[in-house]
Design a protein around this ligand. Structure first.
Ligand code: BTN
Length: 231
């Protein structure tokens, strides 16, 4: 990677740490903050990201980009697949292997940049609904993985999103889905049919087509099997 790798053993959250380094003029776009452990790791939707040793916790500072959320997801898919881990995406950027989560991405803004926070389960998974890299490949070196991720992310943001590659990796398409937290509305349910060039999910509902730009996506079992969350 071209930027600086700021390595820390333990911190509250690499997102906080990156923000602090930017404010103090010690970090710039392309830099990455990586920790072995976080004491107050944050996930999407205000959740906690449990962050013991065994995970890779990283924040990379990047220029803002409206498609960053999808690009970051696809970058991580590429890194994982190149290493032999067949990861797929749940819209917009949850990384799964089968139905088990292997990584998550949290994007936050500063006044100038975007902070792309990546939590990747490397050698252990803190939850039953999760999996980790060493279940599929051996000998993972966290520093090498951090560098690979940073390189791929920076490269991905320097070019246009390959929407077809994103669509091919996104297992949400074709599934019955439920989206919570869409514009303060009740949950939206239907079949996810596409992702448009702005990264929005197109959902065919009983009341017509909806174009969803944000919300939490759940995959539901096919109709007839009961609507039960599978991820
Ligand atoms: C999700 O909810 O799926 C996103 C999780 C993102 C977690 C990462 S770990 C590194 C960075 N620091 C944080 O506090 N959160 C992100």
């Amino acid at each position: 990677m071209d930027g600086t790798l700021h390595r820390i053993k333990r911190t509250t959250s690499t997102q906080h740490e990156a923000r602090r380094l930017i404010e103090e003029g010690l970090a710039r776009p392309g830099d990455m903050v990586v920790a072995d452990e976080q004491t107050a790791g944050r996930g999407r939707f205000g959740r906690t990201w449990i962050s013991p040793n065994g995970g890779l916790y990283a924040t990379i500072i990047l220029a803002s980009d409206p498609l960053l959320s999808l690009k970051a997801g696809l970058a991580l898919v590429n890194v994982l697949r190149r290493a032999g881990v067949f990861a797929v995406l749940k819209w917009p950027n949850d990384l799964l292997v089968g139905s088990l989560k292997i990584a998550g991405i949290l994007i936050e803004a500063t006044s100038e940049f975007s902070l792309v926070g990546i939590g990747l389960n490397l050698t252990s998974s803190p939850l039953d609904t999760a999996t980790h890299v060493t279940r599929y490949v051996q000998d993972v070196d966290p520093d090498e993985w951090s560098q690979r991720i940073a390189r791929e992310l920076v490269e991905m943001t320097e070019k246009a999103l390959d929407l077809d590659a994103y669509r091919a990796a996104c297992i949400t398409l074709g599934q019955n889905v439920r989206l919570d937290g869409v514009e303060d509305e009740p949950p939206v349910e239907g079949i996810a049919t596409d992702v448009d060039d702005q990264g929005r999910l197109i959902v065919r509902t009983s009341k017509g087509e909806r174009t969803i730009s944000s919300g939490e996506c759940f995959h539901l079992r096919p109709q007839g099997e009961g609507n039960c969350f599978v991820s």
